[in-house]
Design a protein around this ligand. Structure first.
Ligand code: BES
Ligand code: MN
Ligand code: MN
Length: 465
């Protein structure tokens, strides 16, 4: 393993330069204007897989953005690791809040990243993270140190709900056959507190429209007698939670998995300082469901959040107008056992039934996905824990994450395999926000850790044979 380490060390700068090149391409999957940039990024990923030594690489077009597939089989008797990642990124808006342009990567030092961090959209989520796997693979190929067969599936639609990936997996289940899925698209608790994600929340995402009169009206002439959709929308949203911040949708909590007191106690032992948390976010209090700690509120409890709300006049100065329509985008994070389709249905029925006379309410479902739990008593978890122990010098802590990667539940359903979520970012890396960044320490630590995972996984699966 020392030789591998030396190789990584000698090629550090090149690895970084290659990543920076990829970060310059604005692969924004949500915006059709960037379709060709997304396609270009797929080709760059494919090229980098070939250069790293992948014996078979192919870009698969889909109805949306392409999926990049690569494989390197060394021996059919050896275990096979499928690395999943996504090369698409979130839109960078609001642009004026970036301290440097989102697609012109630069290295800056920060308090949490004294060795420097790469500032660019996608640096942490997920280009910087899946690229670690390509570079670790390159190092293993160069040193004939591969212990497992490797398959790569890097998609371009994760940030828009992986809409075409499910069908792709079903159609290509033979090609994707593997023993485990390995993903770096989550975070660790701190650069000196390694952790492994053992759960992800599911998602139900809807858009709502409240329509009143057949046109915008003078708010003096008609105001007071005609329903104001913006106001009605606010009232309706406000009533979705009670004073304990409990969600009021009938049936919403019916299927929620109850977490045992022991597990809750263990979870709350994770290093977490509420004062630092609030300080970092510039808030004086947290706000969430009564009876649960912040760690619980952001992992084992379902939530409902308004992601965007608009309607009426939002330009310069004042305009007296009673808007004809108002809108909101609402997401619900789900926990194990809740079903995304069912929750969407419950929301739709309830929200539409709440409409007061004088307005029309429509709920339009967007994408969704199921929660996932990855047990910690499996060879794959143990291999990840041993790998992190080796590279960080400390045992990692298992933690449930609050975010969603819907495809994880699908991998289990379609391919019948479990996933290991061995991410290396920090929650404070501002993914989806302005000034997203990824620590150089994290990038290189990931490249160092991944070959250990391959080594230990092989040993645990085959008893070293
Ligand atoms: N990488 C994130 C998910 C994530 C981040 C999980 C940090 C745990 C910790 C992923 O790219 C993401 O943003 N997923 C979306 C869901 C998707 C369906 C749009 C999310 O969680 O909002
Ligand atoms: Mn991601
Ligand atoms: Mn994301």
């Amino acid at each position: 393993m020392q030789e591998l380490k030396n190789y990584i060390d000698q090629n550090k700068q090149r690895f970084l330069d290659e990543l920076l090149e990829m970060l310059k391409i604005p692969s924004i999957s949500a915006d059709p204007a960037y379709k060709s940039d997304v396609a270009k990024t797929a080709d760059v990923v494919a090229e980098s897989l070939k250069k790293a030594g992948c014996s078979h690489v192919k870009v698969y077009p889909t109805k949306g953005h392409p999926i990049v597939y690569g494989e390197h089989m060394i021996d059919p008797k050896f275990p096979t690791i499928l690395v999943y990642g996504h090369y698409d990124v979130q839109p960078p808006d609001p642009l004026d809040l970036w301290t440097s342009p989102p697609f012109e990567p630069v290295i800056k030092k920060t308090e949490k990243h004294p060795d420097g961090a790469i500032y660019a959209r996608g640096s942490c989520d997920d280009k910087g993270q899946f690229y670690m796997h390509i570079k670790a693979f390159e190092a293993m190929v160069q040193h004939h140190a591969l212990t497992c067969n490797v398959k790569f599936m890097i998609e371009g639609e994760e940030e828009v709900g992986s809409v075409n990936l499910g069908a792709f997996c079903k159609e290509n289940s033979e090609m994707l056959k593997c023993d485990v899925v390995l993903i770096s698209d989550t975070s660790i608790l701190g650069n000196d507190i390694p952790s492994i994600t053992v759960g992800l929340r599911g998602l139900s995402y809807v858009e709502v429209e409240v329509a009143g009169a057949n046109k915008d009206l003078h708010s003096g002439v008609y105001g007071g007698a005609v329903a104001n959709p913006a106001q009605v929308l606010c009232d309706m949203i406000a009533s979705l939670k009670d004073k304990n911040k409990h969600i009021t949708i009938p049936g919403f909590y019916d299927d929620v998995e109850v977490v045992s007191d022991e597990e809750r106690a263990a979870m709350n032992k994770a290093p977490f300082d509420k004062g630092t948390y609030m300080h970092d976010l510039g808030i004086e209090a947290t706000m969430g469901e009564n009876g649960y700690t912040v760690l619980e509120q952001t992992s084992i409890r379902p939530t409902l959040e308004v992601n965007g709300i608009w309607g009426g006049y939002i330009g310069e100065g004042a305009k007296t107008v009673l808007p004809a329509k108002a809108f909101a985008k609402i997401s619900m994070r789900l926990v194990p056992n809740q079903k995304s389709d069912k929750i969407t249905e419950l929301f739709k029925n309830y929200f539409e039934s709440m409409a007061p006379p004088g307005v029309n309410v429509v709920v339009r479902p967007h994408h969704g996905g199921e929660a996932a739990v990855t047990p910690s008593d499996t060879p794959e978890y143990k291999a990840a824990a041993m790998a992190m122990k080796q590279s960080y010098g400390k045992d990692p802590i298992p933690v449930r994450g609050g975010g969603s990667i819907p495809i994880v539940a699908l991998f289990e359903k379609v391919l019948g395999v479990k996933t290991v979520l061995m991410g290396f970012g920090l929650d404070s890396d501002d993914i989806h926000s302005p000034n997203e960044h990824y620590g150089l320490f994290n990038f290189y630590k990931g490249i160092e850790t991944i070959p250990y995972f391959h080594k230990y996984y092989k040993e645990l699966k085959t008893g070293g044979k």
